[in-house]
Design a binder for this molecule. Sequence first.
Ligand code: NAD
Length: 343
Amino acid sequence: MTYLITGAAGFVGFHLCKRLLSEGKKVIGIDNLNDYYDVKLKKNRIKFLEELSSDIENWNFFEVDLIDKLKLEKIFNNYKPSIIINLAAQAGVRYSIDNPEIYLNSNIIGFGNILECCRKYSIENFLFASSSSVYGANTLVPFNEDHNVDHPVSLYAASKKSNEIIAHSYSHLFKIPITGLRLFTVYGPWGRPDMAPMIFAKSIFEKVAINIFNYGKMKRDFTYIDDVIEGIIRCSNKPATPDYEFDRSKPNPSTSLAPFRIFNLGNSEPIQIMKFIEVLEDIIGIKAIKNFSEMQPGDVETTYADCSKVNDWIDFIPQTSLIKGIEIFIDWYKDYYFEKKNI
Ligand SMILES: NC(=O)c1ccc[n+]([C@@H]2O[C@H](COP(=O)([O-])OP(=O)(O)OC[C@H]3O[C@@H](n4cnc5c(N)ncnc54)[C@H](O)[C@@H]3O)[C@@H](O)[C@H]2O)c1
């Protein structure tokens, strides 16, 4: 069985490949290594995977853009992957305000290209990363998959919601088992430099001010990377099935008569940003310099996952406490940046 992971040089993709390779699985990684954030970090993740797999030859990496349909098809044709996990996407809410085209290209056209390959080459299971951001302006928490998510407040969120709808049509028409996982603020080693945990840690170490939006009143359902990977792996082992109780007169947004499922994959424990910073300060041993400001356009105040559906589906309960997760993250941060492994 061969896995194809798109976005393999990204934060989540890297950890997923690492886990699969360490279990002896055959993995094909795809990434365009774009410069949205530090390309060296992406290359170092790939280098790590190469070293991990040097003796088992289970790893193939291709620097390919999802937009390049011909190259994608060639990879599908040559390797016949059976489990496809699409993590490649232009991420980031704020960046989507000034760079809409990148989101339309990677997240919509690129996503469509992958689905076309899945349609053409018979595959066993397709998973893709959606996002908590689809809940948009909703204030009813915890966010549940049954809630209406038709009010995105950023193009990033709109692209993720579009993925869910487009994926459903492929699942319905071509009977492809598809699972969309709505991830909630993932953090941990090898994290994303554009996200709060890395920005905060860097600022605390460098003793520069942290911008704290919405005057610190934001809450995020921070989810540790290993828990997210466990959820993805379990879903990859359990292709979506039709929901035989699906009622067309009262359609359930998260299931279907097609083999299609949408799940939240979060920690179900929203943490106030100030609390997150406090834990970072304690573990790093330096007080943060705080600069409070108003909420940014496209942002939402609180994310909070109701994970009862995914828990029922794959028996998934996150295992990592915030303190443990931040300890591991900071240990990696010091090792990577202070021991000069970032070159
Ligand atoms: N990290 C989170 O907290 C979080 C939360 C919600 C959803 N997600 C989603 O999970 C997935 C993985 O996120 P991540 O945190 O690893 O992000 P990431 O940016 O670290 O990884 C995405 C990778 O995809 C690659 N990529 C982007 N566009 C591409 C294209 N057109 N062709 C080929 N490769 C391309 C990038 O180079 C990058 O390495 C994304 O779909 C993201 O939207 C992540």
